[in-house]
Design a binder for this molecule. Structure first.
Ligand SMILES: *Cc1c(COP(=O)(O)O)cnc(C)c1O
Length: 388
């Protein structure tokens, strides 16, 4: 954060120089993973990333879901394939890399779950101490991930906003670094690689719509920054997709500000949603996100808890992808846009599936049928369950 104005810092590159130093063909020869875009990342010449194989996630065409929705050009960028099961690996991998190089003593991070887990994991990989502060009731797997990696985990009553305020007070007293969203510029640079990959995977064509499940908003701002930089390098023709910020009805500060035509977000009182990563009542980047939605002709949509679960089931049933509730919200919002006729059958739509479902509590499901007894009895039970 800038000590003078309180706003975020951003990394700037000499983009003409980058464009002159690397070609699309040269890029194609490099191994997968986010550090293949090294020229567009804040790494010194000899700086080694703290690497667990993050990035390089699949861009999956969704033909069966598309047929179901009446949409022909639909993709999912499956960020659940990252180490730690979410795109947070990109941001925290990059931030921990920089923190190690800059010689910080320790890192403290406020989190709704996945960011804390990822920070702890990359901290372990780098040999850097990390402490995590999460709200009570944070999904168990993310807390376990952090604790298993050796990070002390603290809980607070409230939300990530409460955790953030606490760290802002405590971290300076300890001489530890506050790794809160967008208060340092490197997490954003890591998340930016989602956009760089997406551009390359779509052969440098820009999609019409980009559905993004929005909490703190670093992913959205990061992808936007990727397209800005690629446009400045002359690598893409269409500057930006239309960004759709997706939130849960129980915590929708960006959607509210969008509907109110406000310049910035106001703190959402009593945020509630089972999509933990969307439980961010006061995103630091609120103003910037709203600017991006306006500038790209995008919008903001809120979805209900029920719509999230239905979308999660639909994606798993049609394409076999068990995605996180946050990510399922992107599909729920797409259903709304389709029903309202705001996206058409031929529009190119990319949903960012920010995390994997395996890390989260599953929706209600049929219990497994236990098989025992004689052959005929077993066959009868199997028949009954299969309806065959
Ligand atoms: C953190 C998180 C989000 C929200 O991402 P931001 O970039 O902070 O808006 C969405 N989904 C999952 C799974 C997350 O962990």
């Amino acid at each position: 954060m800038c000590d003078g104005c309180g706003q975020m810092l951003a990394v700037r590159y000499d983009l003409p120089a980058v464009a002159a130093s690397v070609t699309k063909e040269a890029l194609r020869q490099r191994p997968p993973g986010m550090y293949r875009f090294r020229e567009l990342l804040p790494l010194g010449p000899a700086e080694e990333p703290v690497d667990l194989g993050e990035g390089g996630t699949a861009l999956l065409p969704l033909p069966r879901l598309g047929a179901h929705l009446g949409m022909r050009r639909l993709w999912a960028k499956d960020e659940g394939q990252n180490p730690t099961g979410s795109f947070k690996a990109r941001g925290l991998g990059m931030a921990v890399t920089r923190a190690r190089t800059l010689g910080v003593k320790g890192l403290m991070i406020p989190s709704a779950g996945n960011a804390g887990g990822a920070a702890a994991v990359y901290g372990a990989r780098a040999g850097l101490p990390v402490a995590v502060v999460v709200p009570r009731g944070t999904p168990e797997a993310a807390v376990a991930e952090a604790a298993l990696a050796g990070a002390p985990v603290f809980t607070v009553e409230g939300s990530i906003a409460t955790a953030g305020k606490l760290i802002a007070k405590v971290a300076p007293r300890l001489g530890w670094f506050d790794l809160a969203t967008l208060k340092e510029p490197y997490r954003l640079e890591g998340k930016k690689t989602m956009g760089l990959e997406l551009a390359e995977q779509l052969d440098w064509e820009t999609p019409d719509y980009l559905m993004y499940p929005t909490g703190g908003g670093t992913g959205l701002v990061g992808i936007w920054k990727a397209y800005e930089e690629l446009a400045a390098m002359g690598w893409i023709k269409t500057r930006q997709p239309r960004f759709v910020a997706v939130q849960a009805e129980g915590c929708a500060p960006v959607v509210k500000a969008w509907n109110d035509k406000a310049e910035t977000t106001v703190l959402w009182e009593n945020p509630v949603t089972h999509a933990a990563g969307l439980r961010v009542p006061g995103p630091f980047a609120g103003r910037q996100m709203l600017g991006i939605l306006r500038e790209t002709g995008g919008s903001a949509r809120a979805v209900s808890e029920g719509e999230i679960v239905e979308a999660q089931r639909l994606l798993a049933r049609t394409e076999g992808i068990w995605t996180a509730p946050e990510a399922a919200a992107a599909l729920a919002a797409l259903l709304q846009l389709r029903d309202r006729g705001e996206v058409g059958p031929g529009d190119r739509v990319v949903m960012i599936l920010t995390g994997c479902g395996i890390k989260c509590a599953p929706p209600a499901l049929p219990a497994p049928v236990h098989l025992e007894g004689g052959d005929e009895e077993i066959l009868a039970r199997v028949r009954q369950r299969l309806g065959a």
